[in-house]
Design a protein around this ligand. Structure first.
Ligand code: C2O
Length: 523
């Protein structure tokens, strides 16, 4: 397996708000690779963002690249991962940003902080899984297990010795830094007999609320406080995660578990309690999923303001979902009705260029690399929660939207429900956005905007487009560069559910994309 420094999950990067982070990546494997710093704004450092063929060409075998960026105005839990093909299956790790020295959290200081990374384990080489899916046109083989900090745990055959164990003391508060690094699954997570208090998502503080179950999509991060029971016996509790999925495709429907082990100091309080399992929602429990995601709010205090754009310069309506492409002659394809699976935004299935978009943009040489005619609206309006159209063929293209610096954008994303309604975790690079509205059914441009929350909507870098529904986001395009936006299910990304925004330079000196670093990899 491909790893960083021989570690799985990869090494933890810890920094403080305001720090400059410099990481030299040397490629010792046969694959091309890049690393993405998921959720880092990359203000003025667009060349360090990392998606292959978007902000850089891949680092080839034997080559290296130095990622160099400063963390501006962010603190919390983020992560890093490979951003080429499916290498992120094993190449990922936590990126933890502490507040500036002397600045407290807006919640009680935790006794301990624990990163918890959910992953997805394939017995096969994940690269072979996606290559086969793309060749046959069918859905990829599903994974064998989910993992917690790289360990599958006791509910799978033969892996009880590979169990994540968190030893805790009674009556203390633990900050769990949850990261969903799974390739293709939204996950429910809970800890038996314990509730959790959500305090942050995607490195933005949230209004605290208590919950038994967390929903976390791939790419997303969530900080929760877990208060251990006072004067507790020597008890052990399961923590567990399993998928949330409503699509028609097959998915790994297994459960990963770890253990919360109380260490008691006084032997007299020792009691042998049965190992308690948490109750997790059913795999298709959309009500439980919505119950969690609609509770999220920005902290929105004087110190941590929610700077939601109150006015909008450009409005977009994107449909996101699956589609198909014709099977090449003399081939049999395993997609629906003998076609190949594809995925698209506004029916455009993204084709990776052969040169990095950011380079082409910087040099003013977009010819033959990308076009600027990405549609603002879906080309074939239909009832997105009713019967799908007969022809679900996508069009191919490397199309972008160009935004002037500081454009306030409102974007509504509608799940097409083609091939079964499925939630899509849409991730935007280089920006955070506010989720101002969400709902089920078809988005109603007349009545829904009246219900938008422009006061304390949650701030994120990844938004779940609800299964059979829509989500509305707002962001200020204040970061010059080229920024990918895509479904964080790797299979959908590979099938083309992605597009890119080009944010032009502003007029002032601090509002310009700097020249590329001298060691930027060449294609
Ligand atoms: Cu975490 Cu473009 O991805």
């Amino acid at each position: 397996m491909v790893t960083v420094n021989g570690q799985f999950p990869g090494p933890r990067i810890e920094a403080r708000e305001g720090d400059q982070v410099v990481v030299k990546v040397v490629n010792h494997v046969q694959n091309n690779i890049t690393i993405h710093w998921h959720g880092i704004r990359q203000l003025g450092s667009g060349w360090a963002d990392g998606p292959a063929y978007i902000t850089q060409c891949p680092i080839q075998t034997g080559q290296s690249y130095v990622y160099n960026f400063t963390i501006v105005g962010q603190r919390g839990t983020l992560w890093w991962h490979a951003h080429h093909s499916w290498l992120r299956a094993t190449v990922y790790g936590p990126l933890i940003i502490l507040p500036k020295r002397g600045v407290p959290y807006p919640f009680p200081k935790p006794y301990k902080e624990v990163p918890i990374l959910f992953g997805e384990w394939f017995n096969e080489d994940p690269e072979a899984v996606i290559v086969q899916s793309l060749q046959t046109g069918g859905g990829p083989n599903v994974s064998e297990a989910y993992t917690i900090n790289g360990l599958p745990g006791p509910l799978y055959n033969c892996s009880a010795q590979d169990t994540f164990k968190l030893k805790v003391k009674p009556g203390k508060t633990y900050l769990l830094r949850l990261i969903n690094a799974a390739l293709n699954a939204d996950l429910f997570f809970s800890v038996a007999n314990h509730s959790m208090t959500v305090v942050e998502t995607d490195a933005s503080y949230a209004k605290p609320f208590e919950t038994d179950t967390i929903l976390i999509g791939p790419g997303e991060t969530t900080n929760v406080l877990l208060r251990t029971k006072p004067g507790s016996p020597n008890a052990t509790f399961f923590m567990a995660a399993r998928p949330y999925n409503t699509g028609l495709g097959t998915i790994d429907n297994t459960t990963v578990a770890g253990l919360l082990e109380y260490t008691s100091t006084s032997p007299s309080s020792m009691k042998n309690l049965p190992l308690l399992k948490p109750t997790l929602p059913a795999i298709n429990d959309t009500a439980a999923a919505a119950n969690f995601s609609t509770k999220l709010r920005s902290l929105a205090t004087l110190q941590f303001r929610a700077s939601v754009p109150q006015t909008v310069d450009r409005r977009f309506y994107f449909t996101v979902g699956l589609g198909t492409r014709p099977c090449p002659k003399n081939q049999t394809c395993q997609g629906p009705n003998g076609t190949k699976f594809a995925a698209s935004v506004n029916n455009v299935s993204f084709v990776l260029p052969s040169m990095a978009l950011l380079q082409a943009h910087y040099l003013g040489q977009s010819d033959g690399v990308y076009t600027t005619d990405f549609p603002n609206n879906p080309p074939f309006p239909f009832n997105y929660t009713g019967t799908p159209p007969n022809n679900t063929f996508v069009t191919n293209g490397t199309k972008v939207v160009v935004l002037p610096f500081d454009t306030n954008v409102e974007l509504v994303m509608q799940d097409t429900s083609i091939q079964g309604a499925e939630s899509h975790p849409l991730h935007l690079h280089g920006h955070n956005f506010y989720i101002v509205g969400q709902g089920f059914g078809n988005y109603d441009p007349v009545n829904d905007p009246a219900k938008f929350n422009l006061v304390d909507p949650i701030e994120r870098n990844t938004a779940g487009v609800p299964s059979g529904g829509w989500v509305a986001i707002r962001f200020r395009a204040d970061n010059p560069g080229v920024w990918l936006m895509h479904c964080h299910f790797d299979v959908h990304l590979s099938w083309g559910l992605t597009m890119a925004w080009v944010v032009n330079d502003g007029a002032l000196p601090g509002q310009k994309l700097p020249p590329p670093p001298s060691n930027l990899p060449k294609c």
